[in-house]
Design a protein around this ligand. Structure first.
Ligand SMILES: [Zn+2]
Length: 63
């Protein structure tokens, strides 16, 4: 198989090109990781808390 970046002939089982370092296989685990990342509840809670804190600080400053 050939590297799609630099065209170097590399082993079929190679994950990255030994010449330019480009990943030559598609990330097959990506969909699973994306699905796992689709539960950002904690992130929303954290962002909401930060926004609330910022609003509270602003209110205190303008009081
Ligand atoms: Zn390459």
């Amino acid at each position: 198989m050939k590297c799609r970046q630099c065209g170097t002939e590399i082993a079929d089982k190679a994950f990255i090109c030994f010449r330019c370092g480009t990943a030559v296989v598609e990330a097959v685990h990506k969909p699973a990781e994306l699905a796992k990342a689709k539960r950002p509840t904690m992130v929303y809670v954290a962002v909401g808390a930060i926004v609330l804190m910022a609003v509270a600080l602003l209110l205190v400053q303008f009081w």
